[in-house]
Design a protein around this ligand. Sequence first.
Ligand code: HEC
Length: 138
Amino acid sequence: MATQATTFATVRQAVAGSLLLLWTGCTDLGTGPDPALQAPEPPVSFSQEIFPVFQDHCISCHGLNGDLSLERYEYLMAGTSIHGPVVLPGNGKGSLLVRVLRGEALPVIPRMPLGLPPLDDETIGRIELWIDQGAKNN
Ligand code: HEC
């Protein structure tokens, strides 16, 4: 009996395990390979790579006058009074900063940069990766 019970538990575990695999496999569709299986990416630098994008495409509107200022790392991380944080360290995809660049916050917030051509996918991907890596002031 004890052996049977153990076997049953093992089978159940195995089934649950493969279902979980199946499930995580499905969520990966369209988002590329599991990042855990890829070689770790070298860190994205805020000052070298991210801030210059803000300077070129955003600061004309997000200077020191509006709600969200992109003039300094601290202001970016402070977020906005209405929408709260725009950067969720470790969660690039879910961060409002990335979502507005992809037009995913529509219709509440228009795609950024407002009224201008969207940033290319690669640039948005670098911002997303920087946030995934902890959104450090590096
Ligand atoms: C032409 C002006 C303009 C430019 C350029 C611009 N924005 Fe905006 N942005 C706005 C306005 C206006 C809002 C508020 C929209 C609303 O809430 O309806 C906004 C809202 C946002 C928000 C949501 C938080 C908030 O303050 O409401 C984020 C995040 C944002 N912009 C990021 C960016 C980024 C990143 C860039 C550069 C790639 C950029 N914006 C370029 C005008 C601009």
